[in-house]
Design a protein around this ligand. Structure first.
Ligand SMILES: O=c1ccn([C@@H]2O[C@H](COP(=O)(O)OP(=O)(O)O[C@H]3O[C@@H](CO)[C@H](O)[C@H]3O)[C@@H](O)[C@H]2O)c(=O)[nH]1
Ligand SMILES: [Mn+2]
Length: 352
């Protein structure tokens, strides 16, 4: 189906500090799409992009020029910088992938077109309000099972499609240290909607989302250079997105597609980056679990700004970092709205 390819409605966002030779393997699946490359680290370094790809590339100088003082909300020397790509895109959908993620094979040995599966996930409704025991009811050869309320079978719009990884799983540093040789060889042929009221650990390396439905909540926080924490960029965005999706009646799916994650980053370096996150998340999770949005939070931006106030009030006591993060969340929304002026009758205002 031509429309399902979403060629002109989807951008691929890649954060990188290295040459993008990995694109050669993705060429059959990515070549027709526009890429947004966010070059992290030294802006004077040249990133080589294989011929034949249509792309725009932003380095730190570009980010500072485009956002001015608001560029302070975009992390430096951390994959969190990728969220700048979400902000500058003009498309309805985003797919973001790491440059050490390659095409995986399904059990039949066939190359997996991860982008095609993410598009299917995004174009089909989610079912967060009642669990379908036969998994994704919109999948070929499946349906709602007996006892599933007909009043709920329409489902809700899907905002996020969270893909998984064969080979190097996305483990935290302690787990990586204990299980240095563990590889994920298990291909589970399933797509699940994450139930309403349940949080999940969102990994940014194989992720797609509907930018018009949830884009302003996809802020990857203050990580990396000058920050006390790293590798919690995608986690933070996932927790914010999930509570906002639950409030606005949107869905998040996880499962297929798989990519092949080739490189294990250094567990000792990761431990240093993650340590405070592992400690703080015991307070952060209850904060998100107990958060309720007010009635007038009818758009993602309104939800996000209200959430930032609660972060300042409730998590600021955990550590002054959250005071900075709360301010950066507001700066992010200001920057988002500066680059993407909301039209008057914003299509995504759920009060309409
Ligand atoms: O300073 C940096 C480091 C890396 N990048 C780019 O970001 C991605 C991920 O880098 P890498 O694969 O080396 O790191 P992982 O530990 O495997 O990343 C996963 O952990 C989470 C960390 O946030 C995240 O969900 C996954 O990405 C690559 O494209 C690097 O080139 C960077 O931009 N800046
Ligand atoms: Mn990696």
């Amino acid at each position: 189906m031509a429309s399902a390819a979403l060629k002109d409605e989807l951008d691929i966002v890649i954060p990188t500090i290295r040459n993008l030779d990995f694109l050669e393997m993705w060429r059959p699946f990515f070549e027709q799409y526009h890429l947004i490359i966010v070059q992290d680290g030294d802006p004077s370094k040249t990133i080589k992009v294989p011929d034949g790809f249509d792309y725009e590339l932003y380095n730190r100088n570009d980010i500072n020029k485009i956002l001015g003082p608001r560029s302070s909300c975009i992390s430096f020397k951390d994959s969190a910088c990728r969220c700048f790509g979400y902000m500058v895109s003009k498309k309805k959908y985003i797919y973001t992938i790491d440059d050490d993620c390659f095409v995986a094979k399904d059990p039949s040995g066939k190359d997996i077109n991860a982008l095609e599966q993410h598009i299917k996930n995004l174009l089909c409704p989610s079912t967060p309000n009642f669990f379908n025991t036969l998994y994704d009811p919109f999948r070929e050869g499946a349906d709602y099972v007996r006892g599933y309320p007909f009043s709920l079978r329409e489902g809700v719009p899907t905002a996020v499609s969270h893909g998984l990884w064969l080979n190097i799983p996305d483990y935290d540093a302690p787990t990586q240290l204990v299980k240095p040789l563990e590889r994920n060889t298990r291909y589970v042929d399933m797509v699940l909607t994450i139930p309403k009221g349940t949080l999940f650990p969102m990994c940014g390396m194989n992720l797609a989302f509907d930018r018009e439905l949830i884009g302003p909540a996809m802020y990857f926080g203050l990580m990396g250079d000058g920050q006390p924490i790293g590798r919690y960029d995608d986690m933070w965005a996932g927790w914010c997105c999930k509570v906002i999706c639950d409030h606005l009646g949107l869905g998040i799916k996880t499962g297929l597609p798989y990519i092949y994650h080739s490189k294990a980053s250094n567990p000792f370096v990761n431990l240093k980056k993650e340590y405070l996150g592992i400690f703080w998340q015991e307070e952060i999770i209850p904060f998100f679990q107990s958060h309720n949005f007010s009635k007038d939070c009818t758009t993602v931006q309104k939800c996000y700004v209200e959430l930032s106030k609660q972060v300042k009030e409730k998590l600021g006591k955990v550590d002054p970092y959250f005071l900075k993060l709360a301010d950066a969340m507001v700066t992010w929304i200001e920057a988002w709205d500066m680059l993407n002026p909301p039209n008057k009758d914003s299509a995504n205002d759920s009060s309409k």
